[in-house]
Write a protein that binds this ligand. Structure first.
Ligand SMILES: [Zn+2]
Length: 273
């Protein structure tokens, strides 16, 4: 994957070592102070375990550091590549490796395995029954793209899923007494969220201002704006999905309970032989 995104300004605050490995997309740039000794000591000397999904085990596992940071060439101070290698506690052959480049006062993660998508998509699988196959694929694709620093493309997918979920809430709300469809159609996304407040998670309604960005045409947004908005949109999607999943599970339980009662009734009603 080539470096598709080159922000003009690197971020000054380095993420935590764990956040850098597990949440930050590849090639995102972070400035460090070249004159300070050990400017990113915490990352190079990170020793804590990582609790992540292991694609080879097919479930979550604890990964422990296999060897301390390995360096490609430290002859040029602050211009080198280093990597952190972890192993799955179930099988040491299952690896998690993160590669960093420190160059001209900028630190980047330039490679990793498993990919961010491989780590985060399995956690989303539980939502598949409520999302359906097509929306689930869009969500997974969006997360896959953002994990490679592709902001606009990722945002398009996530926005489609988000709007689809808002539309489901809209369809419920339109049955409410006193609902004004005209008013809804005229509204911006943050206003729509407010109108749907009885059908959406409270957090989303309280922070609806964050979602104003969804009303902006995607072609007017920069890669950085899309990447910056991505976590809030993803969180909103997960919150709505948590609610839907809970309803879905409750309905399945009610159905199963009704069936058990029916079976019991017919058993009791059965004349003894
Ligand atoms: Zn494993």
């Amino acid at each position: 994957m080539t470096n598709q995104k080159k922000p003009a300004v690197a971020v000054d605050i380095l993420p935590s070592p764990q956040g850098f490995c597990l949440s930050v997309p590849l090639y995102e740039t972070f400035r460090f102070d070249n004159d300070k000794s050990n400017p990113f000591f915490a990352i190079e000397h990170f020793k804590n375990p990582l609790d992540i999904y292991c694609p080879e085990c097919g479930r979550h596992s604890v990964f422990t550091l296999k060897q301390e940071a390995q360096y490609s060439d430290r002859s040029h101070f602050n211009n080198y590549i280093f990597s952190l290698a972890f192993s799955c506690s179930r099988d040491v052959a299952h690896k998690a490796i993160f590669v960093f480049l420190a160059h001209k006062g900028v630190l980047q993660k330039i490679g990793q395995t498993p990919s961010l998508a491989d780590i985060s998509v399995p956690d989303l699988r539980k939502y598949r029954p409520v999302l359906g196959d097509d929306r689930f694929r869009e969500l997974a694709r969006g997360i896959g793209l953002v994990s490679h620093g592709v902001g606009v493309g990722a945002f398009v997918y996530l926005r489609r899923v988000f709007e689809w979920l808002i539309e489901s809430a809209h369809s419920d709300a339109s049955k409410d007494a006193g609902w004004s469809e005209e008013n809804y159609i005229r509204s911006r996304m943050d206003e729509k969220i407010s109108l749907l407040k009885d059908h959406l998670p409270e957090f989303l309604v309280q922070n609806r201002g964050l979602y104003g960005i969804l009303s902006v045409g995607v072609h007017t947004l920069t890669e950085e704006e899309c990447l910056a908005a991505f976590p809030a949109v993803r969180l909103a999607i997960e919150l709505i999905l948590d609610d839907l999943l809970e309803k879905h599970e409750r309905q399945s339980k009610v159905k199963a309970a009704a069936k058990s009662l029916e079976d019991l009734k017919s058993l009791i009603a059965k004349p003894e032989t």
